[in-house]
Design a protein. Sequence first.
Length: 273
Amino acid sequence: MNSIERPLQIIAGPCAAESREQMLATAGAARSRGIDTVRMSLWKPRTRPGFEGIGSRGIPIFLEIAAMGLRPATEVLLPKQAEDVLNGTVGRDSNARVLLWLGSRNQNHLIQRDIGSVVANNPRVQLMIKNQVWKDKAHWEGVVEHVVAGGASSDQLLLCHRGFGPPSKRLRNPPDMKLALEVKDAVSKAHGRDVPLILDPSHIAGKSPENVMRIAFRLSGSQLTVDGKTRGIDCMLIETHPNPETAKTDKNQQLSWSQLDGLLQRMTRKEEI
């Protein structure tokens, strides 16, 4: 399949890594579409016990995917997980690249600093900071400050807005785009570079693929002008599964690859969903 023209950078892949077959199918689907970064979280934190990803067993598969020229991406909850991923990927292949992220549940500042220390001084690793569940601009900025205090450089930083709790009737985690763009502005000014802001419509919308596509379309052009500088969304993180009906986690908010294709085409043509 040829790469689809799209108005924003896209990160796509399943909520959680489930098997080698699923991960390689995802990597192939992403590469055929010109998508560079592939979400496939090895560890999946859960509100209640359930499938939590395949964990460190997936790291050798990350290495395979990196060898395809792609950048695998996973949430990490502990410094040891970050160490294991980096040792098994960028530590073994001088061309490998990896994206790690701190999720909304990861609110221990000591862990944040230690993960910042793990990724420090490695230009082939980026660290994405998702907002916490509750709405607090200073807290989100504080997480960024903690990972930087641990050693992460500003060049490694990415921000991700996944909405805030509690859920509403229509949305799983209602967004606050003004707050998110204010955080982007503040972090960018603090570090002297335009720190990218990634939008996660899958966790914002939830409930159904159609809801995710509708919210992705409506929020994709969000912008805010502060002191004459316009800040906007740089990328979208969209949960996409080879077969969403069989997904072991969050299947209601995962798109199929054909649904993702349709979303990107409609966004390019500005056809509202």
